[in-house]
Structure formats: structure tokens, C-alpha cells
Ligand binder design. Structure first.
Ligand code: UDP
Length: 223
């Protein structure tokens, strides 16, 4: 049976995750080609030693089974591509670096990308296509929804719930919740780089600063 693998997205995120994907295949003892898929390509080229082509060309490749990791930070695009892959019977692929630490009772849905130095401790549930970038951690009893994105160095402490499509910026620190009252980051919320989040964040808003506050556009301010 022939299997082929792909990293979907050949920009920054994809090129950072390709070496992680190679580690994954090596650990699984699978010898197979890993392609880049990128829809901006009009012809087959080579990127960092891998064949790169657009999705239509990837679909035409002959194989019994195809797997793809969507390596694009924008969660809306990830969801759109995930739906397309499912329709085309291309399996979502989870990749993790060799030095990722996963402790007890960690449940991660397919399509995750766990970069080097990520730690996920115990009793944690994570939804589809999660991205945890370099040095991020998720502490005990967290529940993370679908298409959630962590930039590098996110400190997600215990008893935190993060809803679908939330984006947590580089180095943000989120205060732990309690078992009866988890701290909740609402659906589609954005936590700015370096923010210190001390209380729940409503859906759809952006918070910044220490302590993190909702960023509101000032109608009276002219630039
Ligand atoms: N892209 C794609 N298909 C899509 C949307 C995006 O192949 O439907 C590619 C796009 O051409 C680009 C990459 O995904 O190369 C996204 O790169 P970007 O620099 O925006 O973000 P990052 O790599 O940081 O996620």
C-alpha cells in the first residue's frame, strides 16, 4: 500500500512544521514522501528539499492513502481546508516533535501540530486541528475547542476552557481557573502578545496588556 503525506501551506507555519513532520514519520517508522501543498503555486517546485504543488496537482498523485497536516495559522482557513480534505477522503494528520511531553489522559483530535518543546500535562481534551507553537504549554484539566491556535510560548494554566477558533498570542499568560469555575476564553477571541489574562474573555473580542483588557476602537481618536 502506498501512502503519501503533505504539509498544507508552504509559508512560515508550513516550513517550520515540515521538520516536525519528518520527525513524526521517522518515529512511526514510515518511509514516505512528504509534499508541500500550496494553492499559490502554478507549477511544481522544490521548497526546502520537498516537492511543492497546488491542491489540484496533489489530488492527482497516485496513492492508496493520503494524509495532510494543515499548517496555516489562520483558523478560518484551517477549517475551510479541513472540510475540503474530508470531502476528498484525505486524512487529517497529527504531527508532534520528538521532545513534546504528553502526560496522562490527554485526548487530542486529529490534525494537530505540536511544535518542539510543547508540554501538555494531564486530563486534557483538545479539539480538531490544534496548533501549539514552540514552547507553549497546556496545564491540567483544560478543555480546548476546535481550530484553536497558540503562538510560541503560550502559558495556559490549569482549569482553563478555550473555545473554538480562539487565537492566543506569543508569550501570553492565562491565569488558572478552578474545577467549579474554569477561566473561559470565548469563541474566536484573540489574546494579544504578552497579555496577562486574569479573568474570562468574552467571545469575539481582543484583549491586550497586563492585566488583559478588551481592546476597543476609539471612535474619537484620529490618526
Ligand atoms: N494557502 C493555501 N490555500 C488557501 C489559503 C492559504 O495554500 O486556501 C497558503 C498561502 O498561499 C500561503 C499559506 O497558505 O502560502 C499561508 O501563509 P501565511 O504566511 O499567510 O501564514 P502562516 O504560514 O503564518 O500560517
Amino acid at each position: 500500500m502506498t501512502e503519501i503525506y503533505a504539509i498544507y501551506g508552504a509559508s512560515g507555519c508550513g516550513r517550520s512544521l515540515m521538520p516536525v513532520a519528518r520527525e513524526q514519520l521517522e518515529r512511526d517508522n514510515i518511509q514516505a514522501e512528504i509534499y508541500f501543498i500550496d494553492d499559490s503555486l502554478t507549477e511544481k517546485i522544490t521548497i526546502n528539499g520537498h516537492v511543492a504543488l497546488n491542491y489540484e496537482a496533489f489530488k492527482e498523485l497516485k496513492a492508496d492513502k493520503k494524509f495532510a497536516l494543515i499548517a496555516i495559522a489562520n483558523s478560518q482557513i484551517r477549517e475551510k481546508i479541513a472540510i475540503k480534505l474530508e470531502q476528498d477522503a484525505i486524512e487529517r494528520w497529527t504531527v508532534q516533535a520528538d521532545n513534546v511531553v504528553l502526560m496522562d489522559e490527554v485526548e487530542i483530535s486529529p490534525g494537530a501540530a505540536l511544535s518542539p518543546f510543547v508540554t501538555i500535562t494531564s486530563n486534557i481534551k483538545i479539539g480538531k486541528c490544534f496548533h501549539a507553537n514552540l514552547y507553549s504549554y497546556v496545564e491540567h484539566d483544560c478543555v480546548i475547542g476546535d481550530y484553536v491556535t497558540f503562538a510560541p510560548g503560550v502559558k495556559c494554566n490549569g482549569n482553563i476552557h478555550i473555545e473554538d477558533h480562539a487565537y492566543i498570542g506569543t508569550g501570553a499568560v492565562i491565569k488558572q481557573g478552578t474545577p467549579d469555575k474554569p477561566l473561559v476564553i470565548g469563541k474566536g477571541a484573540v489574546v494579544g502578545m504578552g497579555a496577562v489574562v486574569t479573568k474570562s474573555v468574552p467571545p469575539g473580542v481582543t484583549v491586550v496588556g497586563n492585566p488583559a483588557r478588551i481592546l476597543e476602537k476609539n471612535k474619537f481618536l484620529k490618526f
